[in-house]
Design a protein around this ligand. Structure first.
Ligand SMILES: CC(C)(COP(=O)(O)OP(=O)(O)OC[C@H]1O[C@@H](n2cnc3c(N)ncnc32)[C@H](O)[C@@H]1OP(=O)(O)O)[C@@H](O)C(=O)NCCC(=O)NCCSC(=O)C[C@H](O)C(=O)O
Ligand SMILES: [Mg+2]
Length: 349
């Protein structure tokens, strides 16, 4: 186990000093693109203006014969594009793959000054983060970088879920965690074939009213991902890092996508992945608190003064705990308003 007093020491001579906290930057969507796909790559400069995070994906969804082209494509795009306030991330190949070492070494050397976060897939325990942590420190020192590149883990194996608390706490470099429902379903041997979302077979059924078991009993579809998201949110919150829902693969079903994203938002996630341009505005809408919620939060905070005691607002009791919830809402609204002039006008903070 690492000496807690050494937690914030650089892991290589000359590497930037780790920061004690993860800066909260608007992170409503992580927009995935394949840098080896010319059509997608051509859209990056425009898409980057609309999203909070743009991610060049090198792992799954990139064909084996395109792995090197994707890596080089990301380097070319990063060098040619001014991303402004938008974060640039990459998802490297998994740690057991033949590409990951070159992914990390080449990207940090070539575009380390532009990369904000490296997303690491299929993280199973703290040992995976420790490996990436030390390697990044060595590469940052060699490249003369003056700030750390952060690390984001995907929770997509049964072992990873079992170890999620130690993953979240493994390094000051940890920025956050995303749920990877497709790989997780395979790892758990769940009997689904979908990329995220619900399943019509996963239900609870109303009790029978008489002898007839077959008619008049409503069924309610349940959320397959509730347990994992809630556990991931707790692990992230206890370590002050950010939880994200991952992909929703049914691109055409924009309604269910919005529902899945909203469930994640309500449970504490700050954002989700967008796999297709149509999912960008869904994430923007869902992960920005509504002006009504923000106005209510403002009223409660103003009425509560120093936060102690209890007041009635619209027939409901508000106290220290509900005031804290409202402060969470207002903090998020303020940081989003700084980035988005439409939200700034709608929130009027
Ligand atoms: C899902 C797609 C394969 C769909 O692509 P396509 O069939 O080309 O869709 P459209 O014809 O509707 O596209 C319209 C135009 O938009 C461009 N496009 C599409 N997607 C993107 C994008 N993500 N970024 C930028 N531009 C995009 C198309 O090129 C079309 O352009 P044009 O012809 O000029 O009009 C595709 O969207 C896609 O591949 N998306 C990314 C998929 C991905 O990254 N998957 C990996 C993440 S999910 C995962 O890994 C699972 C997870 O790890 C887990 O385990 O759960
Ligand atoms: Mg995956």
């Amino acid at each position: 186990m690492r000496n807690p007093r050494a937690f914030l020491r650089p892991l290589a001579v000359g590497a930037p000093k780790p920061s004690s906290d993860v800066p909260f930057r608007p992170s409503r969507m992580i927009h995935f693109f394949d840098p080896s796909n010319e059509k997608m790559a051509a859209k990056v400069p425009d898409i980057a203006k609309k999203v909070d995070i743009i991610l060049g994906n090198l792992e799954d969804a990139v064909k084996t014969e395109k792995k090197e082209a994707a890596r080089q494509g990301l380097i070319d795009i990063a060098k040619a594009t001014d991303f402004g306030d938008t974060q640039l991330w990459t998802r490297v190949n998994s740690l057991d793959s033949p590409w990951v070492l070159d992914d990390i070494v080449t990207l940090v050397t070539e575009i380390g000054d532009k990369l904000d976060v490296i997303m690491v897939p299929k993280v199973e325990g703290a040992q995976d983060i420790h490996y990436v942590d030390r390697l990044l420190a060595q590469l940052e020192a060699r490249a003369g970088l003056d700030r750390q590149i952060l690390v984001h883990a995907i929770l997509e194996t049964a072992e990873g879920v079992a170890n999620v608390e130690e993953i979240a706490a493994a390094s000051p470099r940890m920025q956050g965690i995303s749920l990877g429902p497709a790989d997780l379903a395979a790892s758990r041997r769940m009997k689904t074939t979908r990329v995220g979302g619900g399943h019509p077979g996963y239900i609870v059924r109303q009790d029978p009213t008489g002898e007839d078991l077959t008619t008049g009993r409503a069924t309610y579809q349940q959320d397959l991902w509730h347990y994992t998201i809630a556990r991931m949110v707790d692990a992230c919150a206890m370590n002050d890092i950010l939880p994200f829902y991952g992909p929703f693969g049914d691109i055409k079903d924009v309604v269910a996508c919005e529902d899945q994203f909203r469930n994640a938002f309500l449970l504490g996630c700050v954002g989700a992945w967008s796999l297709h341009p149509v999912q960008i505005d869904i994430a923007k809408k869902v992960f920005s608190p509504s002006p009504e919620d923000v106005a209510h939060a403002k009223r409660v905070v103003e009425a509560m003064g120093d936060g102690s005691g209890a007041v009635m607002i619209d027939g409901k009791m508000e106290d220290d705990a509900s005031c804290k919830q409202c402060l969470v809402m207002l903090d998020l609204a303020k940081s989003l308003a700084e980035r988005d002039p439409d939200l700034a006008a709608a929130y009027d903070l």
